[in-house]
Ligand binder design. Structure first.
Ligand code: NAD
Length: 318
C-alpha cells in the first residue's frame, strides 16, 4: 500500500485539474493550488462535472461523488497548500525559469521527506532538480491529457532521483489504477513526446509537400497504425511483421524521411497567423463551427469507450 495520502497539485490548468481528479477518484486528499482564483473556480466546476461523468461511465457510484469532492481543497497560497503533502505534483506552465523558481520554493517549504514531482512534457528532470538542495526526492511524473482517463504515466528518473522515491511514486500511481512506466534516461521529451513529435513532424511534412490532405493523412493513422499500435506498439508489431522485412524497407526509406532540425514552415506559419487549433477556431482544420467543450466532451466519451475495449483485449504474455 502506498504511503502517499495527501497530494498537492500546483497549477490547476488543463493538466493539474485532471491530475487532481484522478487522485480524488481514490478518495485521497488533494490540495489544488493556482495563482488565479478564476482558474481554481473553473477547475472545481470541471472536476465536479468530471466526477459525475465517471458515474455515467460506471466508474464511480453516485453516492461517492460528494465523498470524492470533499477530499478537494483549493489554495491561492503555495505554502498553505503544500505544507502537509506527501507528494507535490507541479503542473505549472511549460517554462523552465518558472519551474526552477517553483522547485526552489517547494524545496524550501516542504520537509525533505516530501516527494516533489514535475509534470513537464519533456524538460529533463535533472535540469529542474539541480536547483534544489534535496535533489534525490525530485522525479518526473508525465501524465497524458486527459490525465484522469489516460492510464499511462511516464515516471522519469533524474541523475539524482533515489530508487526508493521512484518505487514509491510507481506504487502510488498503480494504486490509482494507472499504468506507470519507468524512463531510465532523462532525455528531452522522454518517450511519448519523442514518438509523437517524430510522427507529427512526418505528418506535417507530408501535408506541407502536398502528398495528401490532412484528413487523409490522419485517416491513415486512425485506420491503420493507430489500430495496430493500440494492441501491439511499434516494436512488437515489427516482430509480427518480421525484422528482415523492416530492415529492407528501412534501407531505402530512411534517407527520404523528414529530418528537419527545426519546426516546419507550415507549423510556424499557422502559429504566426494565430491559427492555433481548436482554441482559436482554426489550425490544420477549420473548427469555427464547433465549441471547444463539445469537442473535448465528445473525444473524452470516445476515449472511455476505447479504453473499455482495450481492457478486454487478450495480450500475449511475452
Ligand atoms: N496540456 C497538455 O496536453 C499537457 C500534457 C502533458 C503534460 N503537460 C505539461 O503539464 C504542465 C501544465 O500544462 P497545462 O497544459 O496544464 O498548462 P496550463 O497553462 O493549462 O496551466 C498552467 C497553470 O499554472 C498556473 N500557474 C502559473 N504559475 C503559477 C504559480 N507560480 N503557482 C501556481 N500556479 C501557477 C496557471 O495559472 C495555470 O492555471 C506543463 O509543464 C505542460 O508541458 C501538458
Amino acid at each position: 500500500m502506498s504511503k502517499i495520502k495527501t497530494v498537492a497539485v500546483v497549477g490547476a490548468g488543463t493538466m493539474g485539474r485532471y491530475i487532481a481528479q484522478a487522485v480524488l477518484e481514490y478518495f485521497l486528499r488533494v490540495n489544488l493550488i493556482d495563482i488565479s482564483e478564476k482558474v481554481l473556480d473553473s477547475a472545481c466546476q470541471m472536476i465536479r462535472d468530471g466526477l459525475f461523468k465517471r458515474v455515467e461511465s460506471g466508474k464511480m457510484s453516485m453516492s461517492k461523488v460528494d465523498n470524492a469532492f470533499d477530499c478537494l481543497g483549493v489554495f491561492l497560497n503555495l505554502e498553505e497548500g503544500v505544507f502537509d503533502a506527501d507528494l507535490v505534483i507541479e503542473a505549472v506552465s511549460e517554462n523552465l525559469p518558472l519551474k526552477k523558481e517553483m522547485f526552489k520554493k517547494l524545496d524550501g517549504i516542504c520537509p525533505p521527506s516530501t516527494i516533489l514531482a514535475t509534470n513537464t512534457s519533456g524538460i529533463p528532470i535533472t535540469s529542474i532538480a539541480r536547483i534544489t538542495n534535496y535533489r534525490e526526492r525530485v522525479v518526473g511524473t508525465h501524465f497524458y491529457n486527459p490525465a484522469h482517463l489516460i492510464p499511462l504515466v511516464e515516471v522519469v528518473r533524474s541523475d539524482y532521483t533515489e530508487k526508493k522515491v521512484v518505487e514509491e511514486v510507481m506504487s502510488f500511481l498503480r494504486s490509482l489504477g494507472k499504468k506507470p512506466i519507468l524512463v531510465n534516461k532523462d532525455i528531452p521529451g522522454f518517450i511519448g513526446n519523442r514518438l509523437q513529435h517524430a510522427i507529427t513532424r512526418e505528418a506535417l511534412s507530408l501535408l506541407q509537400n502536398g502528398v495528401a490532405s490532412a484528413r487523409d493523412i490522419d485517416d491513415v493513422v486512425r485506420y491503420t497504425l493507430g489500430l495496430r499500435f493500440a494492441h501491439t506498439g511499434p516494436l512488437e508489431q515489427r516482430d509480427l511483421n518480421g525484422l528482415d522485412v523492416h530492415l529492407s524497407i528501412a534501407e531505402y526509406l530512411y534517407p527520404t524521411l523528414e529530418d528537419s532540425k527545426e519546426p516546419l514552415t507550415l507549423l510556424k506559419e499557422k502559429v504566426a497567423e494565430g491559427k492555433l487549433g481548436l482554441k482559436t477556431g482554426h489550425g490544420i482544420y477549420d473548427w469555427s463551427n464547433y465549441r471547444d467543450e463539445d469537442i473535448v466532451s465528445k473525444k473524452n466519451r470516445q476515449l472511455v469507450r476505447m479504453l473499455e475495449m482495450i481492457e478486454t483485449l487478450d495480450h500475449v504474455d511475452i
